[in-house]
Design a protein around this ligand. Structure first.
Ligand SMILES: Cc1cc2nc3c(=O)[nH]c(=O)nc-3n(C[C@H](O)[C@H](O)[C@H](O)COP(=O)(O)O)c2cc1C
Length: 517
């Protein structure tokens, strides 16, 4: 609790901290964005990806729908592609190339790695695998079913029964190279946007994805064979139908497969390792007690508000006419917004989609959505608080705040040009006493998932979005007194791309695709 608070305050951005920073990017040691094991042969994934014809908004609204009786390797390939695959390529004059992934990620640094503990996937031997988006292949780290030890580590028997568990980790240095210790926040924002895709696609495939945020960190890290000072497990997502529980296995052997170093040298950020260590759980009993302690915190009763101050929003659209597959394929962060309005229903749909609950081991609803509305037809420009239970905006102050919004978003024009900007704030001083330091992971993760969903709802409806960073204290001040005592967690700007559109990236699908229908 103390460590999370200290970490948060010490990594807050302010105009002073940004100007006083002496950090510059050392391009000679920019980390390689792929983890390449040198001793493991690739196991090519099927490239015949399901186009996911389900409407994107319907998929975001549907929740964790289950129903399939079996999970195939094709399902797994589809899930991995739309959550973490390479969807676009940008080449730069001089020969540079960036491979962009399905889900947005701070600075396109892609520190999130994906592993699969397969139990009952047709076409795949039980085992523990690493997913490599670069060559769209799996590499087997361990032969044999590891679901039972994972279920033990997560104190969740379902992990031993369900077909597979996806494990997300982060390699710190990939992000801290640019963002230093503040990068710890990004681990959860970025695994959150990836999870927004994983949950929507998993639901669309009928795999009933369920998120576990509580687990014995050391056990999961050891199962994966990661160097836990550099890479750590963040979240688990369990998929597919229930079956007979996996048989217990003898203790897992230590594992250390060699992989290509990310760069010739790296910088250690002890602050980051300290907050991660402080937020670990040590035994399955700790995991159970931790989950119990946080029960009742989410979905707290809304503060009463005078009905006069509430601006009702139109009901969210149920369909956009764009499939989930096409929406993900087209998604890319908007690099310049035009000063044109969104409609009220477009904004309403993005807010509603962002705030759907997540099937998880802990309650959601920990993070509050504040907004600066610059240009939304039928909604007066001003500062608002979104009330999900009433699907309404609470007006905090009317006015034109484009300048303020750009300023709050670290003086980035995107924050002022957007039609509306969502500021995610969380009452850390209530969350941390209930969940301890691990509550800090939850607040950042929930904002990341909600932000990822807002992105998808925007692209489904034909407009754009961009995640943004911010001046922490100034954001809270701007929304105070309503937001007094809360902390700024994450920002997503929404709007239509300026005439030139998204200039940086051509959409070049890297996979052959099955015709839809
Ligand atoms: C959590 C998060 C924070 C981001 N912050 C910024 C930002 O402050 N400024 C910016 O221009 N883009 C920001 N972005 C956009 C990323 O730079 C972008 O996602 C990345 O370059 C990958 O490109 P793509 O989203 O177009 O695939 C952010 C994205 C995420 C997910």
């Amino acid at each position: 609790m103390r460590v999370a608070r200290e970490y948060h305050d010490r990594t807050a951005h302010s105009p002073y901290s940004v100007r006083a920073s002496t950090h510059s990017l050392d391009w000679d040691v920019k980390p390689f964005p792929f983890k390449v094991y040198t001793d493991l042969p690739p196991l090519a994934l099927p490239r015949d990806i399901d186009p996911l014809a389900v409407d994107a908004l319907a998929a975001l609204a549907a929740g964790p729908s289950g129903g399939v009786e079996r999970v195939t390797l094709d399902d797994l390939a589809t899930l991995l592609y739309y959550a973490a695959g390479v969807t676009k390529k940008q080449t730069y004059p001089g020969g540079g190339e960036v491979l962009f992934r399905a889900a947005p990620s701070t600075g396109a640094l892609y520190q999130t790695e994906v592993y699969v503990a397969a139990g009952r996937i047709e076409g795949l031997e039980p085992g523990l695998y690493h997913f490599s988006p670069g060559d769209f292949a799996l590499r087997r780290l361990r032969a044999g079913d590891v679901r039972a030890p994972l279920a033990h580590a997560a104190a969740d028997e379902a992990l031993a029964r369900r077909a597979a568990t996806i494990i997300l980790t982060a390699i710190y240095w990939r992000n801290t190279w640019k963002y230093q210790a503040r990068g710890y926040r990004h681990l959860f924002w970025d695994s959150g946007t990836l999870l927004a895709h994983l949950l929507a696609v998993g639901g669309a495939l009928g795999l009933a994805p369920r998120l576990d945020t509580g687990f014995v960190d050391a056990d999961v890290n050891r199962a994966l064979g990661v160097d836990a000072e550099r890479e750590a497990a963040l979240e688990l997502v369990t998929l597919g139908p229930q079956g007979a529980p996996a048989a217990p296995v003898a203790a897992l052997e230590d594992l250390r497969h060699p992989y290509v170093p990310l760069s010739s040298s790296e910088v250690d950020y002890p602050l980051l390792r300290e907050i991660h260590r402080a937020s670990m759980l040590h035994t399955p009993d700790d995991v159970r007690a931790w989950r119990e302690a946080g029960r009742g915190l989410g979905g707290r009763p809304p503060r009463p508000v005078s009905p006069r101050a509430l601006v009702p929003l139109p009901a969210a659209r149920e369909a956009s006419g764009r499939s989930l597959g096409e929406t993900i394929q087209r998604r890319g962060s908007t690099r310049q917004f035009g000063l044109v309005p969104l409609s009220a229903v477009e904004l309403a749909t993005a807010l509603w989609s962002a705030t759907r609950s997540v099937d998880a081991d802990v309650p959601t609803g920990l993070v509050d959505l504040y907004l600066i509305v610059n240009a939304v037809d039928g909604v007066e420009p001003g500062a608002y608080h979104y009330r999900p239970e009433a699907h309404a905006l609470e007006l905090l102050k009317a006015g034109r705040y484009r300048n303020e919004s750009a300023y709050l978003c670290l003086e980035q024009p995107l924050g002022g040009d957007a039609a509306a900007v969502i500021y995610f704030l969380a009452p850390l001083d209530r969350i941390l006493p209930a969940f301890g330091d691990r509550g800090y992971r939850l607040a950042n993760l929930e904002a990341g998932i909600a932000g990822g969903r807002a992105y998808l709802a925007a692209y489904a409806q034909g407009f754009g979005a961009s995640g943004l960073t911010f001046y922490d204290g100034h954001v809270v001040e701007f929304f105070s007194p309503h937001a007094a005592g809360k902390d700024a967690i994450f920002v997503v700007a929404l709007g239509r791309a300026a005439g030139s559109g998204r200039v940086t990236i051509g959409t070049t699908p890297t996979l052959s695709r099955r015709p839809s229908g």
